[in-house]
Design a protein around this ligand. Structure first.
Ligand code: DP6
Length: 337
């Protein structure tokens, strides 16, 4: 009754920003991301037969409050599934999870964490691997986690059902489709952001007059970007990613109270990126709900881009490339699709 799984974070090229159902974590629009190697979160879940309180440890610390509750809620869903499939409900769980990248990097570490948890917990309960079920489960821990079950380029289909069964991540192209793509996270700030994504998107949905336009446009952008990824057209992909990031942030700026995740260094990197492009370097930015820009470039231009990031205040650069599927460690790597 014990299993360990590893999953990568992801960076959205067309963002998810806003829920239509807060409890089930169902989005208003579809989104699309790249799974990021080599960064990963590794999670072990062990179920005992006896009942009792779950033990949750994250990055070496006992988890408390909301952080613990989100894990416990996901474990509860796994028990329910195991019982429904006649495997008997597992008892108390011991869960440990550790990431190999800074949580404050602004990369959704919760995406990798809940993806690894979903895969490990189901396996520990004796359930067979099934990426759609894992994705649907991971989504209920953190929305973007549904895009970290599979590697490469993953679309989160928003779905229309009230129960959320059609709202999950679907791999469109695997990591081998575009191995020379590079994603460089420039760490311009290590402070924890003031407003978490969950609260920021809630405020935006409720109060930004631009929200309906955002949701409609994002769905169209998901459709537009797929053929560009298919033909590995960095310029076309970069242009969609940049304008979608601007539009997400513009929608958040217009919330009441306004939400601004950018720092002066963020803007300076963005401007430097535009300058570099004029000099023939293929580089575009995207930005999640935090100050650290992620630059899209190619293996060829990686060194030039890293240099500019450092020159514009990045204290550290996390270099990523398209990563693979979430995997069980120490078990046959069979993935049910
Ligand atoms: C800006 O998935 O962290 O990174 O569903 O509330 O847990 P919850 O939010 P989360 O939000 C991610 C928002 C984003 C964009 C994205 O990854 O698509």
């Amino acid at each position: 009754m014990k299993a360990t799984a590893k999953a990568h974070p992801n960076i959205a090229l067309v963002k998810y920003w806003g829920k239509r159902n807060e409890r089930l974590i169902l989005p208003h629009q579809s989104s699309l991301s790249v799974t990021l190697g080599p960064l990963a979160v590794t999670t072990t879940v062990e179920f005992e037969a006896a009942r009792g309180d779950d033990e949750v440890s994250i990055n070496g610390k006992v988890a408390q409050g909301g952080e613990r509750e989100r894990v416990v809620a996901l474990l509860q869903l796994v028990r329910r599934e195991a019982k429904a499939r006649g495997l008997g409900a597992p008892g108390r769980a011991r869960m440990t999870s550790a990431g190999d990248f800074p949580a404050a990097a602004g990369l959704a570490s919760s995406a990798a964490a809940f993806a690894a948890l979903a895969v490990a917990a189901r396996a520990a309960a004796g359930l067979k691997r099934d990426v759609k079920t894992e994705s649907t489960l991971a989504r209920q821990g953190s929305g973007s986690a549904c895009r970290s079950i599979e590697g490469g380029f993953v679309r989160w289909n928003k779905g229309t059902r009230a129960d959320g069964r059609d709202s999950y991540g679907e791999q469109l192209f695997d990591a081998a489709h575009w191995p020379e793509l590079r994603l460089l996270v420039g760490m311009v700030s290590r402070e924890e952001k003031e407003v978490k994504s969950r609260d920021g998107m809630r405020g935006t949905v409720k109060t930004s007059p631009y929200y309906p336009a955002w949701a409609k446009d994002a769905d169209l952008e998901v459709k537009r970007i797929v053929p560009f990824i298919k033909r590995r057209d960095l310029e076309a992909v970069g242009e969609v990613a940049e304008r979608n990031a601007w539009r997400m942030h513009a929608t958040a700026f217009a919330a009441n109270p306004p939400l601004c995740y950018l720092k002066p260094e963020t803007l300076s990197v963005i401007q430097a990126c535009a300058q570099l492009r004029k000099q023939g370097v293929g580089v575009w930015f995207t930005l999640d709900a935090g100050p650290n820009p992620v630059l899209l470039t190619s293996q060829r231009d990686e060194a030039a881009v890293a240099k500019v990031l450092t020159a514009h205040g990045a204290s550290e650069i996390v270099r990523c490339h398209p990563g693979g599927d979430a995997q069980l460690i120490g078990s046959p790597a069979s993935v049910g699709r």
